[in-house]
Design a protein around this ligand. Structure first.
Ligand code: 48F
Length: 265
């Protein structure tokens, strides 16, 4: 058989746009493919929900590839080790309560598990805004405004596209970009003490790790925060290359969103 380049192009375009069209009305839309977003996506897709994950970069994994300062091992604490066990990531005990895992193995395994569970991944996509609707005087997030990352990087004046979702999860890490845009453009309050983004504090690993799952919540109708974005939103600390809080936050946000969506399908 001689290969026809036109069929190769047609195959890619057909499959890609099938995936895109099936993502126009999502159960859960996840912004950010770091550890917290990937765990959330994996857990929700496994329950049969229609889940897509939008990641600005070409690669999934966020800040997990490089361990600490590019030394590519990660640390997880006892409470989070079952998540790595469930994913099939080997861990080694280092000291009582401290486990290590290879950062690259952890990242690729988590990404593979999420993809195999049925998460529709849109890499090279930047979420640049949200969609709001008002009902009975209450505004709620009902969708995301997405654009191609190369469009954003080059500053081209190209309009975005829009997807709708029942629940959105902001897992964008330290910068909390989606919430910042929501707050800049709209006269709305968050469910934080000040009604605004409280802002991240400096390093305190123990408190930050304990707070990450607790700060994982619906912060605006239809929008949940997870991972480092949750701590930045609720004013907690950063924690550096200990990843248990990120994994447990992904599990927790998936639990809350599944409950809102009405249990597993
Ligand atoms: O930063 P990131 O890994 O988020 P996380 O899941 O994990 C944090 C840890 O990596 C680490 C830590 C200790 O554990 O503090 O930093 O909270 O991944 C966030 C992902 O979101 C993408 C970004 O490229 C990264 O891969 N992202 C950020 N803003 C957008 C976005 C956006 N507007 N649209 C799409 N993707």
């Amino acid at each position: 058989m001689s290969l026809d380049e036109r069929i190769i192009s047609e195959a890619i375009l057909t499959r890609y746009f099938e995936k895109f069209k099936s993502s126009l009305d999502l159960d859960a839309a996840i912004v950010g493919g770091g550890p917290s977003g990937l765990v959330a996506a994996w857990k929700l897709a496994r329950q049969g929900f229609n889940v897509a994950l939008f990641e600005r970069k070409l690669s999934l994994g966020g800040g997990m590839w490089g361990g600490g300062m590019t030394f590519n091992a990660i640390v997880v604490q006892e409470e989070a080790r079952p998540v790595l066990d469930e994913l099939g990531v080997p861990t080694q005990i280092f000291r009582d309560g401290y486990y290590t895992a290879d950062a690259v193995t952890s990242t690729v395994t988590l990404a593979a598990q999420a993809c195999q569970a049925g998460v529709k991944v849109f890499n090279c996509f930047t979420v640049e805004d949200v969609v709001l609707r008002e009902e009975g005087g209450v505004k709620r997030l009902t969708g995301l405004v997405v654009n191609s990352t190369p469009v954003e990087m080059s500053g081209l004046h190209v309009d975005p596209l829009v997807i709708h979702c029942t629940c959105a999860i902001e897992a964008t890490g330290h910068d909390v970009e989606v919430l910042k845009t929501l707050m800049r453009k709209n006269d709305v309050r968050l469910s934080t003490p000040s009604g605004k983004i409280e802002g991240e504090q400096s390093m305190w690993a123990h408190v930050a790790e304990e707070n990450t799952p607790k700060n994982t919540r619906e912060v605006f109708p239809g929008l949940w925060v997870a991972g480092m974005a949750a701590n930045a939103t609720f004013g907690s600390y950063r924690m550096g290359p200990v990843f248990g809080g990120m994994l447990l936050s992904g599990v927790e946000v998936a639990r809350q969103v599944a409950e809102r969506l009405g249990g597993g399908k």
